[in-house]
Design a protein around this ligand. Structure first.
Ligand code: GLA
Length: 381
């Protein structure tokens, strides 16, 4: 893939590029907790978006999306939101550097890769993070990984219109081979946990449903959580976010909030507790307990937070009945994309066959299955 992107760059721009990449991510547990200042447990994977880039002297940014075979160009002083949606991920990042007094000189860029779009593996974060990392390195802006992560997140807010938390961009930027990251989304402190899975494997199954509803429903969930926080705050000004609230706080003010806001908030508070419990289980190599927490996470996401869909629920029900599965749940923002399952290594092929026998994507095909390989974060190639 790296070679294909490089070759395309040379064909288009007749010069040798500098190469970078940024990975997609999985999240083991801790869904929709990041924008509530809670905890998450993601890891970068071996699926990558690769960038070929080189400064130019023509006063224009020229981009080429390899997987779509589409090009885009714009003048240096005309960085605004475009109606070409993929270009926004790149433009959004350039805009963040400029805001921080790093005027980005013009460049040519070809990018593409194998992070499946719309599968909940954060292909958009990989594009934003890879772009931020490449710009920072090529132009020697000396921004930290954390600052670049925040640029990437703001690009998603301002240019893609999704008020996402920081998990995806953080994982893509800070991933570490064979480790998961426990991230405190308030302090942004993080800890790497080695994932010693001699006997187990994480397996993703793609529903084949692209999470197109996700952006508007996503922003709606954020608002519902904020509604809950505002109500609790009236009684306890120490509560800044759901991170600070307990189920008892929530129960005490149940009658003051809508039934929907109550359910959303109780899911988030419980999910935060599950991340803590999951990290403990991981430290003790108690994969059975870890699996149970995954099931509970899915149940909350499906019934209380309502970000699942029929296909995700179906995959979870099927997985539950397969021998050798310790836990499974939907992963990422929801409304489509993948499930993540913890499966005994020796039973992975049995798992995959059972999934193929019982699930077809909405267009009648075999679902894509990915055996997760945890890799490093954004880097120069
Ligand atoms: C999307 C967002 C993340 C996070 C997840 C849900 O992937 O980009 O910030 O909120 O959904 O956990």
């Amino acid at each position: 893939m790296e070679q294909k992107i490089k070759l395309k760059f040379k064909q288009l721009f007749e010069t040798e590029p500098i190469m970078y990449c940024a990975p997609g991510r999985v999240n083991l547990i801790g869904e929709h907790t990041d924008y509530n200042e809670g905890f998450v447990l993601p890891a970068a994977v071996d699926k990558l978006i690769v960038f070929a880039i080189k400064p130019n002297t023509i006063g224009k940014f020229r981009f080429f999306a390899f997987d779509l075979n589409e090009q885009f160009e714009t003048e240096q002083n005309n960085i605004t939101k475009s109606n070409v949606s993929w270009a926004n991920y790149l433009l959004g990042v350039i805009a963040q550097f400029s805001k921080e007094e790093c005027q980005v000189p013009t460049f040519d860029c070809v990018f593409g890769g194998n992070v499946p779009p719309g599968a909940g593996m954060s292909s958009s974060a990989a594009i934003e993070v890879g772009m931020a990392f490449a710009i920072n390195d090529v132009f020697n802006f000396k921004r930290s990984r954390l600052q670049m992560t925040q640029f990437a997140q703001m690009a998603e807010h301002e240019y893609a219109g999704v008020n996402c938390g920081i998990m995806d961009q953080f994982a893509s930027m800070h991933g570490k081979l064979n480790h998961v990251i426990k991230l405190d989304c308030r302090s942004l402190d993080y800890q790497y946990f080695p994932l010693n899975m001699e006997k187990y494997m994480l397996v993703l199954v793609n529903t084949g449903v692209k999470h197109s509803l996700a952006s508007s429903e996503y922003n709606k969930r954020r608002n519902e959580c904020e509604e809950g926080v505002r109500l609790i705050q009236k009684h306890d000004s120490q509560v800044r976010s759901l991170r600070d609230a307990t189920l008892a706080d929530l129960d005490a003010h149940k009658n003051e909030m809508s039934e929907v806001a109550f359910r959303r908030c109780s899911y988030v508070i419980e999910e935060n507790e599950r991340v803590e419990a999951a990290c403990k289980a991981l430290t003790e190599s108690d994969f059975v307990a870890f699996g149970q927490l995954m099931y509970a996470s899915h149940q909350g996401l499906s019934q209380k937070y309502e970000v699942s869909c029929a296909e995700l629920d179906k995959l979870v029900t099927i997985a539950k009945s397969i021998d050798g599965v310790l836990g499974t749940r939907m992963m990422g923002g929801g409304f489509g994309g993948c499930t993540i399952s913890l499966v005994e290594k020796q039973k992975v092929s049995n798992f995959e066959n059972a999934i193929f026998a019982n699930y077809k994507t909405p267009d009648g095909n075999k679902p894509d299955v990915f055996e997760v390989v945890i890799g490093d974060g954004a880097r120069k190639l």
